[in-house]
Design a protein around this ligand. Sequence first.
Ligand code: KE4
Length: 440
Amino acid sequence: MLRPTQPVSSYRLEASHQAFLRANKVIPGGVNSPARAFGAVGGEPPFMARAEGQYLYDIDENQYIDYIGSWGPMILGHGRPEVKRAVTDALEFGSSFGAPTLREVDIAEAVVAAVPSISKVRFVSSGTEAAMSAVRLARGATGRDKLIKMKGHYHGHVDALLVEAGSAATTLGTPNSPGVTAGATADTLLCEFNDIDAVRDTFARFPGQIAAVLLEPVAGNMGLVPPRPGYLEALREITRKEGSILLFDEVMTGFRLALGGAQERFGVTPDVTALGKIIGGGLPAAAYGGSAEMMNFVSPAGPVYQAGTLSGNPLAMAAGLKTLELLRDERPYDRLEAISARLEDGLKKVASDAGVPHVVQRVGSMLTLFFNDRPVWNYTDAKRSDTALFGKFFWGMLARGVYLPCSQFEAAFVSAVHTEADVDHTIEAAAEALRDALLS
Ligand code: KE4
């Protein structure tokens, strides 16, 4: 249950502060991923002690309604008993073998049944690996070197894709990270998302040289930015005509926007799909897949090399398979739509009543409140947002027990166990937090 939140003035992060000091002595920035570092909002992150359902509890025993959900995986909420049991049962047989197991086949068959573009799938351990391997596959299958990437889209931290990347790469203002060599990105061509002419022009400039167009079909890493009507269809048509691979990075949208992901929701079928987050049910797992013909280029069936010690890890497969089975059987998508729409409407009303420039953008259970005076269709639009106001608003929400994504350039995630009462609390907190933010 949601506890009554304490007065904002009594919100404390003492234990977390001490933990952060300790962590900074032995971990860069005190975190194992910059997205958690609060770089975009200032201050220090709470250290979490435990999570249950839609709630997080930090080591100062503050309770939060969780709109991060581990950045996407926890669509069923934290600690779903069937998922926990699947992991503990699997653990009885061993945690890793370095040899094939039936669990990997079981979940591969579940992915093939769910995702329209996939007849064969390879599991890896992170979304970065999935996107990186999918790009290598596209280049290996076509014999072409160039790759079109969208500005503000994030595909993990592989060198070739850390170019005007979104998520924390944008938040921390380091879209082109030191250590990424010019050679590593020489074949990466950038287009604005939702600008189909830019894609056509790029193909005209590099005829026969572009292996793939890589994108998040619904962008979540510059805040939530949907595709313009017809944009995905046009990309499909252009890539087919040009003999280029359409590569959907559905690490975030896969199994979230529909069981079959954005490609099911929008009815556009890519050639290769990268998956992650939900597919591991909260444990480290990701994957990439496509037609049998395409995937048979991947070693050892074909020449494109890719490998991984913990790929298809039995515990992660158990958590992922149970999660996919529950999503398949329970189909929470209508409920996710309804509860997320309630949140969207409430945030719109709060921002309108406060008279602050804003736009709330949502697809399914992913949404972003942009402090921006016009719709956000691409990276240039997103970067016009009032990130200072967002930072103040974020802390006001945190102190009122609502954990939003700690950056204007991230999407919030609603789970199947968020309730109307949680949303109503969130909206009440938002009205107060925005009032205070505008006064400070
Ligand atoms: P990982 O390597 O973090 O598992 O996945 C990389 C990735 C690939 N593709 C998309 C569309 C993604 O959103 C991600 C990772 N998303 C970020 C959140 N914006 C993960 C959070 C983090 O970096 O800590």
